[in-house]
Design a binder for this molecule. Structure first.
Ligand code: RM4
Ligand code: MN
Ligand code: MN
Length: 414
């Protein structure tokens, strides 16, 4: 499979003529790392209905098998995020789980506590007016800190479903202080050399107030906590029209961008394939990250290099494996386009106030067909040049359908 070669030569020459170091671009592409979520391999879906998909994973081992297959096809998805208790091993053997993953060529990534599904959390977790329930949530988060050590994870990824539905339901300042206290306690228990990433979400499941509704609130919390606390940007958690790349730029420049949850929103938290609706936005986000990483300006540069890139999607009608591979590839393509931005020329146009020339330089990079470059990078990485076609031809989908069948779903209105 080397039919991309001629196109690659033409592209490489044109990039080199613009001063782009193509070898460095390929090296960067080979180092890319996108984490996939264990829960994205299982049946899950909207609030109204979760459609069962034949072959969808049920056990954590099956989810790890699937993640390993995505990594085999792409070469850039070597870690898997876990959600506790969804991935709690029945025998409590986290070491065994870790070894199972490693034997398949993947590692455990972020540990995600779940403080939103127990009946006790009707009025929230860390923001709950009942101190006993706040303690229950804290115990679970501290358990997850211990799990991090067992599975060799360096990221605790926190998302809270907390908020209120009615004006007057609870004190807004009181809830803020409860969160501050809870996060401070969790921070103190964070294993050494690890990070706590705090996710915000505009609204849902509560609709009057959300305790951590935006990046600014999370940023303020992180400043109070310390350097191991950073903000996590989930692309699905913003209002329509929000300039996410500007949030990314601000947080990078302050050293507080910790990670991403990639997906695509048409309205909030849709969990669709990242880059499927607005690849230009994904490119602009990567452009900020790559620009910061290459700038050498601290803390932005070092922060950009540390960002945890994670997918947070639950596919409901389009299968499990193929959409996950697509998502990884869409991130790869957006990253590649950000790597071919001629940054010196862009900076010169910006400094000269040449508005549309600067815009043209950036959009030219976005319009560049980088597919031959990606095929070349994949070939050098030793993975299929066309991962989707290779997956379809691999027989894996037929195998899991035959072995696992159709699992029962949960969720939706019953
Ligand atoms: C939330 C949020 C969290 C994810 C849960 C399942 O909307 O994005 O990151 O863990 O969904
Ligand atoms: Mn998320
Ligand atoms: Mn979400």
């Amino acid at each position: 499979m080397s039919n991309h070669r001629a196109a690659y030569q033409v592209l490489a020459e044109s990039l080199q003529a613009q001063g782009i170091d193509v070898t460095a671009v390929k090296e960067a592409l080979k180092q890319q790392h996108i984490e996939t979520p264990s829960w994205g391999y299982a049946n899950s879906g909207t609030r109204f209905k979760a459609f069962a998909w034949p072959g969808a994973a049920v056990t954590t081992r099956q989810k790890l098998d699937d993640a390993a297959m995505v990594h085999q096809m792409t070469g850039i998805a070597p870690t898997v995020a876990i959600h506790i208790p969804w991935d709690r091993p029945e025998d409590g053997d986290y070491l065994g789980m870790c070894q199972y993953a490693e034997a398949r060529g993947v590692r455990i990534g972020a540990v995600n506590p779940n403080v939103f599904q127990d009946d006790e959390y009707r009025l929230g977790s860390l923001g709950n007016p009942d101190s006993g329930i706040r303690e229950q949530a804290m115990d679970h988060i501290l358990e997850c800190c211990e799990i991090m050590t067992k599975v060799k994870s360096d990221v605790l990824s926190l998302w809270f479903a907390d908020g209120t539905n009615y004006a007057g339901q609870d004190g807004l300042r009181a809830r803020k202080r409860r969160f501050e206290d809870g996060l401070r306690l969790a921070y103190r228990h964070l294993p050494a050399d690890t990070r706590m990433l705090i996710e915000y979400k505009l609204f849902e499941p509560f609709f009057y107030s959300t305790d951590l509704p935006d990046w600014g609130t999370c940023y303020a919390m992180c400043l109070k906590l310390g350097p191991q606390a950073q903000v996590l940007v989930d692309l699905g958690h913003h209002a329509a029209g929000v300039n996410i790349e500007q949030i990314v730029a601000f947080l990078l420049d302050e050293g507080r961008l910790g990670g991403f949850h990639f997906n695509n929103r048409k309205y909030a938290d849709d969990d669709l394939i990242v880059g499927s609706v607005n690849p230009y936005e994904l490119f602009l986000i990567y452009n900020e990250l790559t620009g910061a990483a290459l700038s050498g300006e601290e803390p932005a540069s070092g922060t950009a290099r540390q960002v945890a890139y994670m997918i947070d999607q639950c596919h409901n009608v389009e299968g499990k494996m193929v959409p996950m591979i697509y998502s990884v590839l869409n991130c790869q393509e957006a990253y590649a386009k950000s790597l071919v931005v001629p940054r010196q020329a862009l900076a010169a146009a910006q400094a000269a106030g040449e508005v549309l020339e600067a815009h043209r330089i950036l959009t030219e990079a976005f319009r560049t067909d980088v597919r031959p470059l990606l095929a070349q990078a994949r070939e050098e990485l030793g993975v299929p040049t066309d991962p989707i076609a290779a997956y379809r031809a691999s027989g894996y989908e037929q195998k899991i359908r035959a072995e696992r069948g159709l699992a029962a779903t949960s969720g939706g209105f019953q």
